[in-house]
Design a binder for this molecule. Structure first.
Ligand code: ARG
Length: 427
């Protein structure tokens, strides 16, 4: 009798290779390995072949780079989504897409389950599981690494027993994940937040001290919030990001060191390399400063924070996201123009910007000829603007009668036996 099938997110690494066999033994399911290219720089066909050698009944490898950029990375850029103001969310943006593509594969092949190799301590398990639950609630979710609770030695023993290829090179000393939007590096020596990341942490960025002594200027053009050209040359998103990763990385731009608040309650030390994302966020923000009103900028910053939390927490496929997206698209309609960014020794600095929709008006700002601003109106404006404050100062702050010292109430109530009725602040 034909066995039921499971679609497994397959990276080609040890965990997911062992998972192929483990699922087969533990659940009696045929494993379909699923791999997609999000620009992580791996040969996905080679990974597919390895899955088949490892015992998968079928292995799928597809290029999802355009989907990733157009539907995930660029919308997050338009939204200004930087988790805790720092992390451009590369890993977090990749998960819902991989999970969605896996559910599609599972439907096509009539699979009854989906599986991933995440541990039980991170955010990625949440992003996968929540997406599966949302898009295909009837599929069973299997998470071998979370379930088998093995030490590394036990895992290697299992691999040896089943003849699973273990790379000759010793396993990376870090746990990493990467796609076009960035590289995430954690664990090993990085778990000590006092320790500077050693050189081997980084693969996409040079040490800023060793970066070229000459700065390089890059001009990034946006159309309604989306990057469309580099140095005046139209590029599709995948090419644009790849080129910018290389150029900014050569100048040591894009290193991020963050003590991050995971959804599962843990603070963890994370290192990121995201040269293109860092430069694009910087450039995009500068075009916003030029084209958005003060109030729109203020409000947008709330939306950016909400948006980044939502992505980080695995809630991509939510109605709230759709609502926030509607705001962002509307908010970005005049965010078109070009930013000039100087790359030099680890930093990306704005040095110029222009837009046909610029709200920076020379005729209003200038101290030179051509000024159209009405300075005489300033006096009356200032009087009214300061009225509430000067009234308060006159009748309270500057009255001379000192306010009673403030008593700070405790948020922890006393035990019942100690408690007495509380009146007028006296016990
Ligand atoms: N802390 C980041 C996040 O939660 C990156 C996780 C990286 N995953 C990994 N396997 N190293 O999005």
């Amino acid at each position: 009798m034909a066995r039921d099938k499971v679609v497994l997110a397959y990276s080609g690494g040890l965990d997911t290779s062992v998972a192929v066999k483990w699922i087969d033994e533990t659940y009696g399911l045929d494993v379909i390995a699923y791999t997609c290219d999000l620009g992580q720089g791996q040969d996905i066909e080679a990974i597919r072949q390895k899955a088949l050698r490892t015992g998968a009944v079928e292995a799928i490898a597809e290029d999802a780079r355009n989907l990733f950029v157009d539907f995930f990375a660029f919308p997050s850029l338009m939204a200004g989504a930087l988790y805790e103001g720092k992390y451009p969310l590369a890993t977090a943006l990749g998960r819902p897409l991989i999970a969605q593509l896996m559910t599609r594969a599972a439907r096509d092949r009539g699979a009854v389950a989906v599986a991933h190799g995440c541990t039980g301590k991170g955010n990625d398990q949440v992003r996968f599981d929540v997406t599966f639950q949302t898009l295909a609630p009837d599929l069973k979710i299997i998470a071998p690494v979370r379930e088998w609770k093995w030490t590394r030695t036990q895992e290697l023993e299992f691999a040896a027993k089943h003849g699973i290829e273990v790379e000759a090179t010793k396993k990376s000393i870090f746990s990493t994940d990467q796609n076009l939007w960035g590289r995430s590096i954690e664990a090993g020596i990085l778990e000590d937040p006092w320790v500077e990341p050693p050189p081997e942490t980084f693969q996409w960025t040079v040490d800023p001290r060793l970066a070229p002594n000459e700065p390089e200027i890059v001009e990034i053009t946006f159309d309604r919030g989306r990057p469309v050209a580099l140095d005046g040359k139209d590029l599709d998103g995948v090419e644009l990001i790849a080129e910018l990763n290389a150029r900014a990385g050569r100048h040591g731009v894009g290193r991020i060191d963050h003590i991050e608040n995971r959804l599962v309650g843990i603070k963890s030390r994370e290192i990121y390399e995201a040269p293109a994302a860092v430069v694009l966020h910087e450039a995009h923000r500068e075009i916003e400063f030029l084209t958005l009103s003060k109030n729109a900028l203020r409000f947008k910053s709330y939306v950016s924070q909400e948006y980044s939390d939502l992505i980080y927490n695995g809630l991509w496929f939510s109605a709230l996201h759709q609502d926030l997206m509607a705001f962002v698209v509307s908010n970005q309609q005049y965010v078109s123009g070009t930013a000039r960014i100087k790359l030099f020794k680890g930093s990306a600095t704005i040095v110029g910007r222009k837009s046909e929709h610029s709200l920076y008006r020379h005729e209003l700002a200038t101290y030179e000829e051509g000024d159209t601003y009405d300075s005489t109106a300033a006096q009356g404006f200032i009087k009214i603007h300061g009225l509430a404050q000067s009234t308060q100062a006159k009748h309270q702050l500057l009255k001379g009668t000192s306010a009673r010292p403030l008593e700070l109430p405790s948020i922890i109530p006393p035990s019942a036996s100690e408690s007495t009725p509380h009146r007028d602040g006296k016990k």
